[in-house]
Design a binder for this molecule. Structure first.
Ligand code: FAD
Ligand code: SF4
Ligand code: SF4
Ligand code: SF4
Length: 608
């Protein structure tokens, strides 16, 4: 939670003053829709982050060598920076201005997050309790990222929080789904500990449900003022085969397993075995993890079978690259339609139908269209089915309203159809991502707080701060994206726990931080002092400074299209198009009348 308390502001101003940020009197806060609109439009990485992480602020801190501060800034938005710096799905990088046409490759935002966590100075600050005890009790079911983020924030708000987890350890899919070679457990445990240490009562090994030895949900509803369901997507999606007549069904044939259960069992400590030829069906994180685990368990031939092609699968490019380097083959354009078994009931082959690419889906991916009479068999001795996860509801003892995908429906505060029962994370969104779960966990925590105390206690404003120098150089724009150093391929199969990505060191993180345009810097020309000398236009690296007749104002008060002109007698102003601007500072440095100013614009939460 990013709360703009005076003490925080002081610390920030002290820390950043030497880098061109003026003292506190040059800071003001705005709730003008134009300022909100500016940040949303101009800081695309932050707008794309479901937790609203202040990305340019934490990258600037790395640039200044303040990795502890960078970690703190990250942690204000997301309580698990060291975790997400490793495994985030990175929606921010897809939107990064540096990746826009003509600008090169996106900034390695995620690797920088990890660098801040790995290289932070000893004694970094943690958020402290904001409010005194409210006397309200909140029960949270499920200690995945959504439950942890909500528990952390609710305890900061002064509520008495108990977190119930059915497994032996907290962490949800971070602990039981994602393999250790992507996410070391000591990092995970440390960040969970720090998130919960403000007084959250964690009760592991406690299952909420209706079975023997379980605690019924009604008991929590009776004993707590609010209950949050953060129970994730705990059931594997069934494999829809055309029929079972090809030789057997998933349940009858040995050596077929749901990839989700396979990973859960592995991380619960069970011994898992695979054959020599492992086929994985599916296209998400679970499928890739199953394949890479199978390789480490000794499989010689590991294939992943996709309905479309690898360009359209919802994992990061790095995951695909590393899987391929580990000799996992991704085979596209096929859908499983049947399974063939040997006489003794063992898996012999999977029957696929060949697909071709169809039109686009709403989610930006492609449809797969089966080609008639194109079935073929693929021999394998182990099949891991990883085509998705869905919510499980067997723990409920009262009726809840679901959407058409079987996910919990909630109102704007996060409350389900049961009064006082809220929901967050994959249980609401369906199988999603860690950063979505963290972002929603925090949002719903605010909704619970509002409901418990009877009014909202936070509002968002734009913090606008005068900056007296560009904070970066034009030469930084030509630095190529830094690549993540990784473990040698040969050594990887020796251990399931050997982390594949080694992280950026100080030099690499500093070099990569230089690449960030710091998009929250707003360049502005004071038209009253501009002498129309065009020096800025001539030095500009892009079509970023324009002669305009006027600017449209949108209905919500934000700036709309620029009415450009080349006719001097029509020029009403020389205007910086902050959308085109790459914050190189060239115009600022060249202007003879100092009429170009820079401000830093950040979204912050303030207490009412
Ligand atoms: C193998 C795998 C790899 C993934 N890799 C990535 C990745 O690289 N990047 C990414 O962004 N996302 C990844 N994801 C998705 C991501 O892990 C989830 O979106 C995220 O964990 C959802 O968080 P959550 O808190 O909603 O639920 P979960 O993390 O699923 O946690 C739910 C918790 O609730 C507990 N629980 C459920 N029912 C009960 C009950 N009745 N009583 C008590 N406790 C209960 C469960 O035991 C579990 O601990 C991956 C998922 C899997 C399965
Ligand atoms: S250049 Fe930096 S601030 Fe701009 S979108 Fe990319 S990461 Fe964000
Ligand atoms: S800082 Fe000035 S010159 Fe540089 S890209 Fe932005 S508007 Fe153009
Ligand atoms: S350099 Fe300064 S004075 Fe000259 S046109 Fe640009 S903003 Fe105006």
């Amino acid at each position: 939670m990013k709360v703009d308390r005076n003490r925080d502001a002081e610390v920030r101003n002290r820390d950043q003053g030497d880098a061109g940020v003026d003292a506190a009197q040059d800071v003001h806060h705005s709730d003008d829709p134009r300022d909100f609109g500016w940040v949303h439009e101009n800081v695309p990485c932050q707008s794309a982050c479901p937790a609203g992480t202040d990305i340019p602020a934490y990258i600037l801190a790395i640039l200044q060598g303040k990795r502890g501060l960078s970690y703190e800034i990250n942690r204000e938005a997301n309580v698990l920076p060291g975790v997400l710096g490793r495994i985030c799905s990175r929606p921010c990088e897809d939107q990064c201005r540096h990746g826009w046409p003509g600008n090169g490759e996106p900034v390695s935002i995620c690797h920088l997050k990890r660098a801040a966590a790995d290289l932070k100075d000893i004694g970094h600050r943690l958020n402290e309790s904001l409010y005194g005890p409210s006397g309200k009790r909140v029960a949270i079911v499920g200690s995945g990222p959504a439950g942890i983020a909500a528990a952390h924030d609710l305890s900061l708000m002064g509520h008495d929080v108990t977190l119930f987890e059915r497994e032996k350890q907290a962490g949800g899919m971070l602990m039981y789904g994602i393999p250790e070679f992507r996410l070391p457990r000591d990092i995970l445990r440390e960040e969970i500990h720090n998130a919960l240490r403000l007084g959250v009562d964690l009760k592991t090994g406690v299952s909420i449900g209706n079975g023997k030895g379980e605690t019924p949900l009604s008991e929590l509803r009776n004993n707590y003022d609010a209950v949050l369901l953060a129970t994730g997507c705990m059931a594997a999606t069934d494999l829809p085969l055309r029929d079972a007549l090809k030789g057997g069904s998933v349940d009858e044939i040995t050596n077929i397993e749901y990839g989700f259960d396979f990973l859960l069992d592995l991380h619960r400590g069970l011994e898992k075995k695979v054959g020599k030829r492992v086929a994985v069906v599916g296209a998400g994180f679970t499928a890739l993890d199953c394949a890479r685990v199978a390789r480490r368990l000794g499989a010689e031939d590991v294939t992943i079978h996709l309905r479309t092609t690898e360009e359209y699968i919802p994992v990061t490019k790095d995951e695909i690259l590393e899987a391929k380097r580990e000799d996992v083959a991704l085979l596209g354009l096929r859908t499983p339609v049947g399974i063939h078994s040997t006489k003794d009931g063992r898996l012999k082959s999977v029957e696929f139908v060949q697909n071709r690419l169809g039109g686009w889906r709403e989610n930006g991916r492609r449809k797969a269209i089966a080609i008639e009479a194109s079935e073929f068999e693929f021999d394998c001795d182990t099949l891991l089915v990883a085509i998705g996860q869905k919510t499980a509801h067997d723990f409920l003892d009262d009726k809840l309203t679901f959407d058409r995908w079987g996910n919990a429906s909630i109102n704007e505060n996060g409350m389900t159809s049961l009064v006082g029962v809220f929901a967050a994370g994959d249980y609401v969104k369906g199988a999603s991502t860690v950063i979505e779960a963290v972002g929603q966990g925090r949002e719903i925590a605010k909704g619970i707080d509002t409901w418990l105390v009877g009014k909202p206690r936070y509002k968002q404003v734009v913090r606008i701060e005068k900056v007296t120098e560009p904070l970066r150089e034009r030469s930084f724009d030509f630095i190529a994206r830094c690549h993540m150093p990784t473990a040698e391929i040969e050594g990887r199969s020796a251990s399931l726990g050997l982390e594949v990505e080694n992280g950026f060191d100080e030099d690499l993180s500093h070099q990569e931080a230089k690449r960030c345009y710091l998009c929250n810097l707003k360049y502005n020309i004071d038209v009253d002092n501009c002498i129309y000398c065009r020096a800025c236009i001539e030095v500009a690296p892009k079509n970023c400074i324009k002669m305009v007749e006027g600017i449209k104002i949108n209905q919500d008060g934000t700036y709309g299209d620029l009415q450009e002109t080349t006719e001097w007698d029509h020029v009403g102003a020389i205007w910086i198009d902050n959308n085109e601007c790459i914050r190189c500072g060239a115009c600022y440095n060249v202007c003879p009348t100092n009429c170009i100013s820079i401000t830093r614009n950040q979204l912050v939460q303030r207490e009412f």
